[in-house]
Design a protein around this ligand. Structure first.
Ligand code: CTP
Length: 363
């Protein structure tokens, strides 16, 4: 990272602080740098340029080709992709001059991370607030991703189901939703329109089109029946209960009432039902959380559920499965084992699964 701190920005952040946080020397002037031609060197060496925050003044100078400070000159001298994250007061953001400058920059291929709404400097509230850091990082990261899922609709289910026993208790499982959320995030970064159907308490990742919440298997089934209709790809990463209480007690069950026996009934196999009604061209991906013989069981599930791919993991293995940041999976198709990934961060596993999905869509 090559940080540039303009003179105006130094009213807000000192150069020493910025340099220490970036662990890099900070450049701020066309004239003081040790490099004799910093305005071209910085732009030439960059893989991407992020202007964060982008003021109304900078947007105007950039849109009109001025090169009157190191940042503006660097922006003119780079061929790397540029992303701007505007931040200013609502009146300025909505001014026709700023609107026109942003439109002009966007028409030239500059990425614009839309400003959010909320508290602004000086206690004002409104539009113009700098976008959330995760959205800005995602916009820059998106420049380096293949856009192989552009134009595709992807539905991802994530998290575990909870089946109530009474108003305060439920039968659940240990799924955190991390792998499903990573898949949704990765699919969005690769250009897909993503609907995330989730029970996870994790925040929805950036770039998602729609988020649908569920708690029970019945709610998950209803949400999927609605969203899967126009999907190209369905990734069923949710950990679904296989059994649920036949009846739910209207009142809390009390210890004093003695030993309670639970009568359970099987839940419908949502994935098998959806895959059984598939439209031509739809791709279905299941998960198999196993405690032994993961590949063999994955192959059985692939056939039994009529899906195209099964992502299998042994949840007893350290660094894989529930409640951890990493996973170790084997991806199985009708032809056999397609790939083994990990142990690796769940986002890396997500991209590997999407590589296989993308290859399947292309055939
Ligand atoms: N699944 C589903 N509906 C269910 C149970 C599972 O849609 N009622 C989906 C899961 O989301 C997963 C795949 O089916 O994508 C495999 O889930 P898993 O629990 O491993 O398999 P089961 O079919 O439940 O078989 P078993 O628990 O006996 O291994």
């Amino acid at each position: 990272m090559l940080p540039v701190l303009t003179e105006a920005a130094q009213h807000f952040v000192g150069a020493v602080t910025f340099s220490a946080l970036a662990s890099e020397p900070v450049a701020s002037s066309l004239w003081q740098a040790s490099d004799p031609i910093p305005h071209t060197r910085l732009g030439q060496r960059a893989d991407a340029v992020l202007v964060c925050p982008a003021t109304a003044d900078l947007l105007a100078r950039y849109a009109h080709g001025l090169a009157d400070d190191l940042l503006a000159a660097t922006l003119l001298a780079t061929r790397a992709p540029v992303v701007v994250a505007p931040a200013m007061h609502a009146e300025m953001l909505e001014h026709p001059a700023v609107v026109a400058n942003l439109a002009l920059l966007a028409s030239r291929g500059v990425g614009v991370v839309p400003a959010g709404t909320g508290r602004l400097a000086g206690g004002d509230v409104g539009s113009g607030r700098l976008a959330e850091p995760a959205d800005i990082v995602a916009a820059v990261a998106g420049l380096f991703h293949p856009r192989d899922l552009a134009g595709k609709r992807v539905v991802v289910s994530a998290g575990g189901t909870r089946e109530p026993l009474d108003p305060v208790r439920f039968l659940g499982n240990r799924s955190s939703g991390r792998q499903g959320h990573a898949l949704a995030e990765a699919a969005a970064a690769r250009g897909a329109a993503v609907t995330l159907v989730t029970s996870s308490s994790l925040p929805p990742p950036p770039g998602i089109d729609a988020v649908v919440r569920f708690t029970t298997t019945a709610e998950l089934e209803a949400a999927l029946l609605e969203t899967v209709v126009d999907a190209d790809v369905v990734v069923m990463a949710a950990a679904v209960a296989d059994f649920r209480p036949r009846t739910v007690a209207a009142e809390k069950l009390h210890r004093a009432d003695g030993l309670v026996s639970l009568e359970l009934e099987p839940t419908p196999d949502i994935l098998a039902a959806l895959a059984g009604k598939r439209r031509a061209g739809q791709l279905f991906v299941g998960f198999a959380a196993e405690t032994a013989a993961a590949v063999a069981r994955a192959q059985e599930k692939l056939a039994a559920k009529g899906v195209d791919l099964v992502v299998a993991n042994d949840v007893t293995e350290e660094g894989a499965g529930f409640e951890v940041e990493t996973n170790h999976v084997v991806i199985v198709s009708r032809a056999g084992v397609v790939a083994e990934v990990g142990p690796a961060p769940k986002r890396v596993v997500a991209d590997a699964v999407l590589d296989v999905i993308s290859a399947h869509l292309a055939t």
